[in-house]
Ligand binder design. Structure first.
Ligand SMILES: [Fe+2]
Length: 156
């Protein structure tokens, strides 16, 4: 059944493509944060272990929101690891040994990249006159800005 919400098919297609690319990035970032939750060590182990858990829990919630936004707009969320890896602009962390400060730095870089991409996505949605998705992505960008701030604090 076609949506009759004031956005044409082409607009919906473009917005859903942009949301699926975001969904792919979020999965890579989620897995990377979880990897660090599992592998962090040292005197502040428990603090960092719990910090990463807080962040991946937040990312998990965001993933669900994005997928359901796609469904709301009549699209189909990408749902396989293969497709996530094809669509993402982030890189997986395949290394075995990672120093703790590097964990923070790599996550910070990914969040900052996500923020820059989200900022562009917000502008694109505004151009397409999809106020709902522009607002949704603005809120998400603010969440990433806060997560990035916390990661930055550990590095300063
Ligand atoms: Fe755990």
């Amino acid at each position: 059944m076609k949506l009759n919400i004031g956005l044409d098919q082409d607009t919906l297609k473009q917005v859903n493509e942009l949301l699926n690319a975001l969904l792919a990035d979020q999965h890579v970032l989620y897995i990377k944060t979880r990897k660090y939750h599992w592998n962090v060590s040292g005197p502040s182990f428990l603090e960092y272990h719990e910090f990463f858990e807080k962040q991946y829990t937040q990312l998990e919630a965001a993933i669900d929101e994005v997928a359901e936004r796609i469904r709301t707009l009549g699209g189909r969320p990408v749902s396989t690891m293969e497709d996530f890896l094809k669509l993402t602009s982030l890189k997986e962390d395949k290394s075995d040994e990672i120093k703790t400060p590097d964990m923070f730095k790599r996550l910070l870089d990914d969040h900052e990249q996500s923020i820059r991409e989200l900022r562009e996505d917000v502008s694109k949605c505004e151009e397409l006159e999809d106020a709902g998705t522009a607002d949704f992505l603005t809120n998400l960008m603010e969440d990433h800005e806060k997560m990035a701030w916390m990661l930055r604090k550990y590095l300063s």
